[in-house]
Design a binder for this molecule. Structure first.
Ligand SMILES: Cc1cc2nc3c(=O)[nH]c(=O)nc-3n(C[C@H](O)[C@H](O)[C@H](O)COP(=O)(O)OP(=O)(O)OC[C@H]3O[C@@H](n4cnc5c(N)ncnc54)[C@H](O)[C@@H]3O)c2cc1C
Ligand code: SF4
Length: 529
């Protein structure tokens, strides 16, 4: 293999995988570098103990917090990146999230592009990732130029009851947008078997709409696309003037090799993209590539999330629970001064997941067995927007490892969102007094280790003094360097980030195709199955 390519893409997750899928039909020579391997299909994919207690698919890595305490981040180095384990709740940001929004703790800054510019790419991302949903139910949803490509995933009876109860209480529950390849009216032909081990698990039957299955594998059917796994990029080299990347240094099987390309795209996830830029410091970029304004690594965000369990008076036999969302507290209203966030369901919890969770053991067992708790559990996920702060940042230690300095924002709205849910429990057929925090979904008692929704660190914007990338997501200071992952977010909103990463990756891919003079590759036979 010649070491020169038209485009090198580093990282094969939501950003990198989607971008390569778009570039592949152009015929240009594309090299995709991924530090992880293929996630094995094995029975353990669906074993709660292996996944949640033994952390079988959490990749080994050690990061450090601001006080230099080591921790294991909840990170997934695989082809497909974090999407291999994600819950596939594929939301658009609200149109208002692209403007400036006032929050309890300050301003959520505007994006340099309006919602309308990303809208066509959201539609294409929904088609590529086969999103199921139902427009018109969620009053906060933004304009969409097409219906969801697939019908909403139906609620099971207990969740339908929850939806009805919420409506009766004056709320606007909606069918959550889901990336599971479920064909409800033709079960024999459905790739998805609607199981209880989806959110936070890999999909054993490859029916989850993840970046490996729907982006990387189809891209590799094009001869012009090459994937190297186990290929960790450790450094980017530049020309003497520091205006272009001239070498991508890879460690693979214990050896170092340098690849070159006309265009280089970083998509390693927010923390690792910042790490690579900082680690590539040289004479012309002494504090790290693209970092003359000291912005690389700053404004790290990861959602102020809480997973809680309510106890239903009736048993909750739901299998696939992640079908309902509620955005009635997303924006400020007459009664609520500031935005609180999004409420959605998470995967149904099981007794096996609770082992070692102190709140459950001490507050509920042995009054109830963990099996009884699981039988009645209704599991919610609450997300409050985390605001970008310059001091919340990724830096490198002298040994090159990541140091993540982070203090949460919007703690009061986070508490108020929980109180809103608590106030609803009675009308929703749940015990009033039990809303138990769940650590299994956050994987770790150390909040900073829950990096699933990591974003920021290389935000895009028009002013090189306050951003790393221009509105095309090209580095202000390096002509051929782009970023196409969650790093680019100037603000994160309060809905799950992956669809926005995917949509923006499609947008960036079109800029690359323009530069390469390649015909824009329209999506091929999207949604076909
Ligand atoms: C358990 C879990 C549940 C989630 N649920 C949802 C959900 O329901 N909805 C939602 O919208 N989002 C969800 N997310 C978040 C979502 O998966 C991420 O927002 C999204 O994948 C981010 O995309 P990315 O391209 O920035 O990073 P990733 O998808 O993580 O991709 C980064 C890739 O870069 C590779 N890489 C890193 N460093 C290097 C290097 N130096 N050299 C080569 N390769 C490198 C990594 O191995 C990885 O493959 C979830 C995440 C987790 C972990
Ligand atoms: S619910 Fe469907 S997509 Fe999710 S893990 Fe089960 S089979 Fe796979």
């Amino acid at each position: 293999m010649s070491n020169h390519h038209d485009v090198i893409v580093i990282g094969s997750g939501a950003g990198g995988g989607t971008l390569v899928h778009r570039l592949a039909p152009s015929g240009r020579r594309i090299l995709l570098l991924e530090r992880g391997g293929w996630l094995a299909r094995e029975p353990e994919n669906w074993q709660a103990h292996d996944v949640f207690v033994d952390n079988r698919y959490v990749s080994p890595d050690t990061w450090y917090d601001a006080r230099d305490r080591p921790f294991q981040p909840q990170i997934h180095y695989f082809v497909g990146g974090a999407t291999k384990l994600y819950g596939a709740a594929l939301y658009r940001l609200r149109a208002e999230d692209f403007g400036e929004l006032r929050h309890q703790d300050g301003i959520s800054p505007a994006w340099p592009i309006p919602y309308d510019e990303l809208e066509p790419y959201y539609t294409e991302a929904e088609q590529l990732y086969e999103v199921h949903g139902n427009r018109g139910e969620d009053p906060t949803e933004p304009f969409a130029s097409a219906p969801y490509p697939f019908p909403a995933v139906s609620h099971e009876p207990r969740i339908q009851q929850l939806s009805d109860d919420l409506e009766r209480a004056g709320h606007h529950p909606f069918h959550a947008p889901c990336g599971v390849r479920l064909v409800e009216d033709d079960p024999p032909r459905s790739p998805c078997v609607r199981c209880a081990t989806c959110d936070g698990f890999p999909c054993l039957v490859h029916a989850k709409a993840d970046a490996e299955v729907l982006a990387v594998r189809p891209a590799l059917e094009h001869d012009n696309v090459t994937l190297l796994t186990g290929a960790e990029v450790v450094r980017l080299e530049t020309n003497p003037a520091g205006t272009a990347v001239t070498g991508v240094v890879v460690e693979r099987d214990g050896t170092r090799e340098t690849f070159t390309a006309d265009l280089v795209v970083l998509a390693c996830g927010a923390a690792n993209t910042a790490k690579l830029l900082l680690a590539s410091a040289n004479d012309t970029h002494p504090t790290g590539l693209a970092n003359r304004s000291d912005q690389v690594g700053r404004n790290y965000m990861f959602h102020n999330s809480q997973a809680v369990l309510a106890l239903s008076l009736e048993p909750n036999p739901t299998v696939f629970q992640k079908t309902l969302g509620l955005n009635d507290f997303y924006f400020a209203t007459r009664d609520i001064d500031f935005p609180l966030g999004n409420i959605q369901m998470v995967g149904k919890s099981s007794a096996q997941m609770y082992r070692g969770e102190k709140p459950l053991e001490t507050r509920l067992a042995p009054e109830r067995t963990l099996e009884q708790v699981a039988r009645h559990a209704v599991d919610f996920w609450l997300s409050t927007e985390d605001l970008p702060r310059a001091e919340n940042r990724v830096t490198l230690r002298s040994d090159g490892r990541i140091r993540l300095s982070y203090a949460p924002t919007n703690e009061v709205p986070k508490r108020r969102l929980l109180e809103q849910l608590k106030g609803l429990l009675g009308p929703l057929g749940m015990h009033h007094d039990h809303l138990i925090p769940r650590h299994a979904y956050l994987k770790n008692d150390i909040p900073v280790a829950g990096v699933a929704h990591q974003a920021g660190t290389c935000r895009f914007g028009d002013d090189p003094a306050t951003s790393v990338l221009d509105r095309d997501c090209r580095a202000h200071q390096l002509d051929n360097l782009y970023v196409a992952d969650a790093s680019i977010f100037p603000s994160i909103g309060a809905v799950n980030p992956a669809l926005t990463v995917m949509a923006n990756a499609l947008r960036v891919a079109d800029r690359l195709l323009d530069r390469l003079g390649a015909q824009q590759a329209r999506p091929e036979a999207l949604g076909a199955r």
